[in-house]
Write a protein that binds this ligand. Sequence first.
Ligand SMILES: [Zn+2]
Length: 267
Amino acid sequence: MHVERFESALWQTTSLLLVADGEAVAVDPCISRSEVSRIRDRSDELGVAVTHVLVTHADWDHVCGIAAFPGAVAAMGEATARIVESGAPAQELTEQAAAYGVDVYQPPRVDRALAPSGAHQIGAFVVETLPLRGHTVDGTGYRVRALDLLAVGDHLSPVEFPFASSSTADYRTTLAGLVDLLEDDPPAQVYPGHGRPLTAGEALEIARQDLAYLRELHDAMSAALAGGTTESARDAGRAVRPPRGAPSDLAGELAGNVEAQLAELLA
Ligand SMILES: [Zn+2]
């Protein structure tokens, strides 16, 4: 029984292959056809069949490998399943793959929707699901105790700042929950969707930094809004430094955090 990690050339995106008892589960297999094929080839080399694909959220860089495994059960959280069924990720995948010049498998699909918090038999593994909202509305973390690991999708990345595409309030709640888990019931390894695997201690440090950033963003914008205009609140938000840098094509996500926080303060 073991885990192997694969990394895409784009954004150091993580794919995992969880192997046990002659079969395997692929988590977020991604991104290009050649990169996903490498994961499939590796399962052939190990002599195991990929019986399940697990997906952490419906963003295109995480659903792009599902179609490479037509015989596997494509499993994901219920909210992700609804989004994939809407067809929006297939559309986004086509557009983004063209924009980044990568050839991808199409289309993403859903075979099984998982309740957001519970334990599920996924191939040879019992997988616990954790709702992780904040980056998107549909994030699911997967804890596999037999392998002593936790996959967290696009949270706790050592190479990106937190992108609160759905809600900064949700994101703060998610991080507070992860801090608690990492302090009291830590797995040996945490696998973020982007960047290298982390020890629980490293993941905890990132969780605290990201939470401090989002709290500072809230407090700075809230104070500016109380004495000024929405524009002064935006200025205050832009002045809050994220806990770490990120590739330059993600500047829009930083502005997105300011807009998400402002919308919640004005709600
Ligand atoms: Zn991602």
